[in-house]
Design a protein. Sequence first.
Length: 126
Amino acid sequence: MIVRVDHASPVPIFEQLRSQIARLIVSGQLAAGTRLPAIRHLATDLGTAPGTVAKVYEALAREGLVVSARRHGTTVAELPRSDGAAAEASAAVEQAADALALIARQGNLDLETALGLVRHAWARMA
């Protein structure tokens, strides 16, 4: 699993990690059943606190993207394929949009710059 953090970014490390791992799961780059790195191992590799990684894994579990089991680690969950998937995706995008808007405003970015960054990210996913 390849994730990176930018310690100089105005985006909190928690959100950087959560969004990158979620993207890897939703895109299928991390298949169901794939075991994520141990919390301490990933924290050490990224130079961040283990508590931050633990909170990321907890958030991903609440989102239904991973399953955590004591002493067995954290694995990618089987994503449900239901008619409600579009509604779930819409809710997740709305939450991410709120976070993006907040970070853009805090960084004094204008709307067009923020939208340009979203367009660039969208193009990278294609």
